[in-house]
Ligand binder design. Structure first.
Ligand SMILES: [Zn+2]
Ligand SMILES: [Zn+2]
Length: 503
């Protein structure tokens, strides 16, 4: 959902001030009907899925995985409807110019985009409000089962707690950091001429915007720590174990935080590019319901993201995708100069087309990068919980209690890549526990992480076959080299075109 909220902002920012350059529906009654549909239709879809899920559970509570799958399908359907409607509202109707014609909206920096997106956000919140009974029913059935297995649990959250968590988790985390950027975007647009004269660079206004976005991105973790309910992990056995591991693998952060969800969510995250602004978050559900060793494994996975510099490469991915799209548009103008005849109208088209292309690069490319980074962090997590030899109870290449099968003896390079089979197995079990506690089917597909069963299968193959580890390492290295040099070349070309080329 976070990505959908982010895409919504991207769409809103891509709409030119006077509306899309093509013909749109300007009749007020159509615009307001579309606004109403944006608010109500996702909730209607949610209501249909609630019926489906509740019906499933009434007929046979043993069909829990089936009900869970319905619920996650419902989420996908709601997201699809939300984005499709937003596209129609902003690209197909005169909603943008209408909103900007209102007295206060046009004069407060950043307010116009927020009002443009208001029906979208209302639609999001209303659909969660409606969806709650299905979430509750699925959790209650899952809880009955866990009580039978005597796992301690808190009562299921009420609608208010559910809404508060969902809004913080999915909307505010994007919305709050976007506020200064929206403000800056309108400010820069209004003072573009002055900024260009002041900096004596033709793209001085754009540079300032990028700079502000960079500063926001850098300091966002401090705000996010408060947007999500968090508190420091209290001193104790668990904290000591995590700190010992951090020391062992050379990881540092500002604080390890507990992330409150009424014990409903089992999850972890790490945020912040630089150490003084870096936090590791472990959800209360994770800490309450899982054994320390498994929490250590999850913590190790998050540390893996930092130690492999994944966030830095996500940043490069963002920059490279923008440069690539900018370059493609520049080339188009070079090859078809007649495109420039109607210059002002054309710029508006470019703005929309560029945004569409950037979103497309993300849809196509980001999943490929993200899944490999997750697998690499899974591997790091398993390595970080490698037990001493006497506690390793599996045939293990790392501890030398197993020998790799195959015609050739192990070259030393491959032996060095071996992962302890016990560590990998504990990590695999951790992933399965997380899936079951969160009510995610193990083979539910995930664009960013790949399915749990896929990740578990990979971990087991890393333990039995170091060539798989080598393969993953090579793929990640190739991705990193591509992103690094892609960005570098893109920047060089950009600087040449915009700065050094005589005009
Ligand atoms: Zn991860
Ligand atoms: Zn071992």
């Amino acid at each position: 959902m976070q990505i959908i909220v982010f895409v919504a902002f991207a769409i809103a920012l891509s709409v030119p001030l006077n509306g899309p350059p093509w013909q749109t529906v300007a009749r007020p009654e159509v615009i307001w009907a579309t606004v109403a549909a944006q608010v109500l239709f996702p909730a209607l879809v949610a209501w249909l899925y609630v019926r489906l899920v509740l019906h499933r559970l009434e007929v046979n509570p043993a069909w829990l995985p089936d009900a869970q799958e319905r619920l996650s399908q419902g989420g996908t359907a709601i997201r699809g409807v939300l984005v499709a409607e937003l596209c129609f509202l902003l690209y197909g109707t005169g909603w943008g110019p209408l909103v900007r014609s209102w007295p206060v909206v046009g004069s407060v920096y950043g307010l116009d985009e927020l009002v443009l997106l208001a029906p979208f956000f209302l639609g999001v919140v209303l659909s969660w409000f409606v969806l709650y009974p299905a979430d509750r029913a699925v959790r209650e059935v899952a809880m009955d089962r866990r009580l039978l297995a005597s796992v301690p649990m808190r009562p299921v959250w009420n609608r208010r707690a559910f809404l508060s968590f969902m809004i913080r988790q999915n909307v505010l985390i994007i919305l709050i950091p976007m506020l200064p950027i929206l403000f800056a975007n309108d400010f820069v647009a209004e003072h573009a001429d002055w900024l260009r004269r002041f900096t004596r660079v033709a793209w001085g206004d754009q540079a300032l915007l990028v700079l502000i976005a960079g500063v926001v991105f850098l300091f966002a973790p401090v705000a996010l720590r408060h947007i999500w309910h968090t508190r420091p992990l209290p001193p104790g056995d668990l904290r000591e174990r995590l700190e010992a591991m951090s020391l062992r693998v050379g990881f540092r952060s500002r604080e390890i935080l507990i992330w409150e969800s009424d014990g409903m969510v089992v999850n972890a995250a790490v945020m912040g590019i630089v150490r003084p602004l870096r936090y590791v978050l472990l959800s209360d559900g994770l800490i309450e319901m899982m054994e320390d060793r498994k929490i250590e494994a999850v913590f190790g996975h998050e540390v893996g993201h930092v130690r492999h510099h994944h966030m830095l490469f996500y940043l490069l991915f963002t920059i490279a995708s923008m440069l690539a799209v900018g370059g493609a548009i520049h080339l188009a103008v070079q090859f078809w100069p007649q495109l420039l005849h109607n210059r002002s109208g054309l710029q508006d088209y470019f703005q929309v087309v560029a945004m569409a292309m950037i979103i497309l690069t993300w849809v196509l490319g980001f999943g490929i990068v993200s899944r490999r980074f997750e697998w690499q962090s899974d591997l790091f997590g398993s390595r970080s919980i490698t037990p001493p030899p006497e506690e390793c109870d599996q045939p293990c290449l790392f501890h030398g209690t197993a020998i790799r099968s195959g015609p050739d003896p192990d070259p030393p390079a491959l032996t060095a890549l071996a992962v302890c089979a016990t560590g990998a197995e504990v990590f695999a079990k951790t992933l399965e526990t997380i899936a079951s506690l969160n009510g995610i089917p193990v083979d539910a597909r995930s664009w960013r992480h790949s399915s749990i069963s896929n990740r578990v299968g990979r971990l087991r193959s890393y333990a039995t076959d170091p060539t798989q580890v080598r393969r993953l390492n090579r793929h990640v290295l190739a991705i990193k080299i591509l992103l690094f040099f892609g960005t570098l070349i893109g920047l060089a070309v950009g600087v040449y075109l915009y700065w050094l080329q005589p005009r």
